[in-house]
Ligand binder design. Structure first.
Ligand SMILES: NC(=O)c1ccc[n+]([C@@H]2O[C@H](COP(=O)([O-])OP(=O)(O)OC[C@H]3O[C@@H](n4cnc5c(N)ncnc54)[C@H](O)[C@@H]3O)[C@@H](O)[C@H]2O)c1
Length: 416
């Protein structure tokens, strides 16, 4: 089978040492490009020209830009100016919503739908989500249900949204205490990533996104530039832009490395999504979308036990990745030196150990965590724990059924 993905390393450096790279999905009606701008210059000011290449928006069309108050104050001016330049006769409307997870709910969704209706948005117009995963998920969901679906574009501004939530078409809001309780699969018509927006992203949010990037390195060794995952290879033979090496040099080489890491991550996510767009593959098929769940069963348990918002999602994922790694070691799926490689990298990236906020008196007890893990719908159908775990060679995962509870308990105790 030929790959459904076309990967273009196409555009010459925009700025010193920076490049633009795009990943395009093809072969399906909802294929869409992911454009990744450089860190050195604000590619947001090129958004209008890019829209002309990916949308059928008419010169007199309408555009609803949905953002949050923080991101809007920083970046809305760039994209409105750019769209006005390319579409001088278009009608633009900016909607700034409160920032944060607590806004990801029905009332805010109604606000977006009301703004769309007030603007008389139609299916030949456009909705743009400018912000992190909260805005992307919520505006995407609004786009999916308004008039049975209007075209929308993702313009992610957090690292997590760039490498994860903006790609793959899962859109949702939280509903009655259930995270992402209302939602569906609805693909954007394009994803436009301006890496320069990361310059203003708080460090804690950057780390949270980095945890998802490490996850990609652990699940997909065959993807773009992952040869460095072969730990037997001497470093002199490794590609200068390989995934694992880029991660390892992030500290000294943030600007250079991050663009390639985002591109590789989007590539891997897109590849998984193309294999199993709507999570219909058998739950034990590690090539399906379930592989993206690596570390997440642990993470969801910590988030729920500590109360949502105590840890950022990516921080909980960082904990879960280490616990999944240790569990694999216990079960004989990973050897000690590979575990050491992962541990060293996570430590160098400040992703291990994750400390709990001061107001948390003590970590949740294993019994509570195990109970929460058992409730995770992706974990079990028969009362046994089913987990995605890293295996040899590094960069490969399996779905392990019937994982012994006692072994899980030990890795929970090992972290805190
Ligand atoms: N759809 C999916 O596949 C998927 C995958 C993972 C996560 N998610 C969802 O994503 C959400 C989390 O997304 P998130 O981590 O991006 O959080 P977020 O959207 O809440 O953004 C985090 C904070 O950073 C601020 N911010 C965003 N960009 C900024 C920038 N460039 N400079 C300064 N501040 C900036 C925001 O205003 C916000 O306060 C969750 O709701 C989660 O459920 C969805």
């Amino acid at each position: 089978m030929t790959s459904p993905l076309n990967v273009h390393h196409d555009v010459a450096p925009l700025n010193q040492g920076c490049k633009t790279l795009s990943v395009a999905l093809s072969g399906k009606s909802h294929s869409y490009p992911i454009s990744i701008g450089s860190i050195g210059t604000h590619s947001l000011s090129q958004l209008g020209g890019w829209l002309q290449t990916v949308t059928t928006l008419k010169p007199t069309g309408k555009v609803l830009i949905v953002t949050d108050e923080t991101v809007g104050a920083l970046y809305a001016q760039f994209i409105t100016a750019s769209i006005k330049e390319s579409y001088p006769s278009a009608t633009l409307q900016l909607l700034s919503l409160p920032a944060g997870e607590s806004a990801k709910q029905l009332d805010t969704l109604t606000t977006i739908l009301t703004a769309a209706q007030a603007l008389s948005l139609t299916r030949s117009d456009l909705l743009i989500a400018l912000g992190g995963g909260v805005i992307g998920d919520m505006a995407g969901f609004a786009a999916s249900i308004y008039y049975r679906g209007v075209p929308f574009v993702q313009v992610p501004t957090t690292l997590l949204a760039m490498v994860d939530s903006s790609v793959g078409g899962k859109v949702a809001i939280n509903f009655k205490e259930v995270k992402n309780g209302l939602g569906q699969f609805y693909q954007p018509i394009g994803v436009f990533i301006d890496v320069a927006t990361l310059e203003t992203l708080p460090q804690r949010e950057q780390l949270a996104g980095l945890a998802e990037i490490v996850k990609y390195g652990l699940i997909e060794r065959s993807a773009l530039g992952l040869s460095v995952l072969d730990t037997n290879q001497p470093s002199s033979q490794l590609s200068a832009s390989s995934f694992w090496e880029n991660l390892a040099t992030l500290d000294s080489n943030w600007r250079e490395a991050i663009v390639d890491l985002i591109a590789s991550s989007c590539y891997i996510k897109a590849q998984v999504v193309m294999r199993d767009e709507q999570e219909l593959a058998p739950a034990t098929d590690a090539t399906g979308r379930v592989c993206l769940n690596l570390g997440h069963t642990f993470a969801h348990a910590y988030e729920a036990a500590l109360g949502y918002g105590t840890l950022l999602h990516g921080e909980a994922v960082a904990i879960g990745l280490m616990q999944a790694t240790w569990l694999s070691e216990t079960l004989g799926l990973l050897n000690q030196s590979t575990v050491k490689t992962i541990e060293t990298l996570m430590n160098a990236l400040n992703l291990y150990p994750i400390t709990l906020p001061n107001h948390v008196a003590k970590p949740p007890c294993p019994e509570q965590l195990l109970q929460l893990m058992g409730k995770d719908k992706k974990v079990t159908t028969t009362g046994k724990l089913r987990l995605v775990l890293p295996v040899e060679p590094l960069g490969t995962v399996v779905v392990q059924e019937g994982v012994p509870i006692e072994a899980v308990k030990q890795v929970l105790l090992r972290y805190f």
